[in-house]
Write a protein that binds this ligand. Structure first.
Ligand code: NAP
Length: 302
């Protein structure tokens, strides 16, 4: 069987077009969605990601503010900036690029972000809301992007056996919550799972989020399964201009012969993550606009 390709690049492009319309509508009603991205230090990869996010936001009409702080910025200064962004009515989404330098406690920073502006979905209030089935919580972008890929290719999780390999807070755990919400029957596997191959073979939908190339081989995939590869690992490639290439967790060529649908790396989950960041920002702005309208109506009625 030759699996059909789930192109994150194409789906993300469609989503960005849809968002342009929503941003235009919101702007016309007085709320232009705003995203602030904060980078501490000069890590080239982080700088690249933040730049891509800011550019993608601007392309759909989101007002984008990028703040870069020195690598030795004290924690208090970053927290003060977050307070300022929390209070800024032009900003609806705040993203602090991780990892942060050693003098800054990641958790303190994530907790300082207003949950209503937490477009990464990492604030404990949003994590708890998602886990307890609250549909209005801002969900982390990568698993939200995976879910969107499933829906947009007609691979709804309802009633299906879903296996996620990886239990991180960024991907595996929120992925499980989202799939449960959409009525999948979910197993989360990890490095201590016994008979990983046997567990994976039960999956109608298999999501690999490990970060180890070659983790998922063809013998681990049920014929006809949908395989989503979240993994991104840089491997040396002297023939490439940048000296490396990015590979996923799945043995793509062999698994393509068994699966019904499969995501490539690159061009799969990666572009969806950014598209969901934009989606979360627009959702946060829409909620803020609705709240503003409701408060206005209340005042008028008082
Ligand atoms: P992580 O925090 O390192 O978690 C990796 C998970 O894989 C852990 O739960 C670990 O189990 C499990 N694992 C490790 N070795 C395993 C093995 N041999 N068998 C089964 N499970 C194993 O990584 P992450 O942040 O979730 O990211 C995972 C991958 O996705 C990385 O390649 C990352 O770069 C990529 N990623 C991509 C995007 C995107 O936008 N495309 C976004 C986020 C992440 P234990 O918990 O037992 O240690």
């Amino acid at each position: 069987m030759a699996a059909k390709l789930i192109s994150g690049t194409d789906i993300a492009k469609t989503i960005r077009e849809e968002l342009k319309d929503r941003v235009r509508e919101l702007s016309a009603s007085g709320t232009t969605p705003g995203l602030a991205t904060v980078l501490v230090g000069e890590d080239p990869a982080s700088r690249l990601y933040v730049g891509m996010k800011g550019k993608a936001a601007a392309e759909v009409g989101i007002h984008s503010r990028q703040v870069t702080l020195d690598a030795d910025t004290p924690e208090a200064e970053l927290l003060a900036l977050i307070d300022e962004l929390n209070a800024d009515p032009a900003i609806h989404g705040i993203l602090v690029q991780l990892p942060l330098p050693d003098q800054i406690d990641d958790r303190k920073v994530l907790v300082a972000i207003d949950p209503a502006k937490d477009v990464d979905g990492f604030h404990p209030i949003n994590v708890g809301a998602l886990f307890s089935g609250d549909h209005t919580a801002l969900a982390p972008c990568t698993p939200k992007g995976v879910l969107e890929m499933l829906f947009r290719t007609g691979n709804e999780p309802e009633g299906k056996r879903c296996v996620i390999v990886g239990r991180s807070n960024i991907v595996g755990r929120p992925m499980a919550s989202l799939l449960i919400r959409h009525h999948g029957t979910v197993t989360v596997a990890h490095s201590r799972t016994r008979d990983l191959a046997g567990v994976c073979r039960e999956a109608d939908i298999l999501v690999a989020a490990v970060g180890r190339p070659g983790t998922i081989t063809a013998d681990m995939v049920k014929p006809g399964a949908v395989v989503i590869d979240v993994g991104t690992t840089r491997v040396e490639a002297p023939d490439r201009p940048r000296g490396f290439r990015v590979v996923g967790d799945v043995d793509f060529d062999a698994v393509s012969e068994v699966a019904s649908w499969i995501t490539p790396v690159p061009g799969g989950v990666g572009p969806m993550t950014i598209a969901m960041l934009l989606t979360n920002t627009v959702e946060a702005a829409a909620r803020s606009s609705e709240q503003g309208a409701a408060q206005g109506a209340e005042r008028a009625g008082a």
